[in-house]
Design a protein around this ligand. Structure first.
Ligand SMILES: [Mg+2]
Length: 272
């Protein structure tokens, strides 16, 4: 009986697949847990500062919850930059806690430098990510397509590579392509990411968690196979059905750990 690695390799060969392009955040790395940890850390500092300065007793959990909600709303509104959206996030947080008489500008000035530190850090890989990369890198091209800008992408890639090296000693070439933080991650970006591997989308698999920034652009770019990680979002059943009816080879998984099994099952994109 063949081992799993050979079965994946065979799947790639039978379908003339030359490589795989991954989104990074919340696909290969546990970005949500990491962000929750950071929001909590900032919330403790900010609420402590406010309590002391204004002689209040705001509950840290309440502040964390309000701050997290505010950040999420800002993100959904398209404000993807942690630093430039910080004033709006603070404003939203304070008004949701009915703390309307505080000096917002003072709070923003006091903590902006700490918020900037986010861009020097990186989330850890999900369980199974390094093992998956190890399997794939043994026989195919792997690329990362991340929406992090140049400097932050370097930091994230170095973090991923060093964790890989800790486990496996060294790392073969892994391609990376970054989209500027202030630009959308759209179809042409997914095509350029494919081109970093000297291949084209028709010969590659795309994997991502964001339906609008990964899945739809990858479909439009013409990727041969598309895998959606619906970790935090599973309300797209109709959209998936529609894409399948249009002949798109798309599969849905809940966690990156499921990818190896998906690529070794007999007909992974037939009837999911
Ligand atoms: Mg993502």
């Amino acid at each position: 009986m063949m081992n799993m690695n050979n079965e994946i390799k065979e799947f790639f060969e039978e379908n003339s697949i030359e490589g795989i392009v991954f989104d990074l955040d919340s696909t290969l790395t546990d970005t949500k847990s990491w962000l929750l940890f950071l929001y909590k850390k900032f919330s403790i500092r900010i609420s402590t500062y406010i309590n002391k300065k204004y002689r209040l007793s705001i509950n840290t959990e309440d502040f964390t919850q309000a701050y997290y909600q505010s950040e999420f709303i800002e993100y959904k509104m398209g404000n993807v930059n942690f630093v430039t959206r910080f004033p709006s996030s603070i404003s939203r947080t304070l008004s949701s806690l009915k703390l309307n008489n505080l000096d917002e500008k003072d709070i923003v000035n006091k903590f902006t430098e700490q918020i900037k530190e986010i861009y020097t850090l990186s989330a850890d890989p999900f369980d199974g990510t390094l093992e998956l990369l190890h399997t794939l890198l043994a026989f195919t091209k792997v690329a990362i397509c991340t929406h992090s800008g140049e400097d932050w992408t370097k930091i994230k890639m170095n973090s991923l590579k060093s964790k890989y090296k800790e486990l496996y000693g060294n790392i073969p070439d892994i391609y990376s392509y970054y989209v500027d933080i202030n630009k959308p991650k759209n179809t042409s970006e997914w095509i350029k990411a494919a081109n970093t591997t000297n291949s084209t989308p028709e010969k590659l698999i795309a994997v991502g968690d964001n339906f609008d920034a990964d899945i739809l652009p990858a479909v439009e770019a013409g990727y041969k196979y598309i895998i959606w990680l619906s970790l935090y979002n599973d309300d797209k059943e109709q959209d998936i059905k529609k894409l399948k009816s249009q002949g798109v080879n798309i599969a849905v998984i809940k966690h990156i750990k499921e990818l190896e099994n998906l690529l070794t099952s007999n007909q992974p994109f037939e009837d999911i």
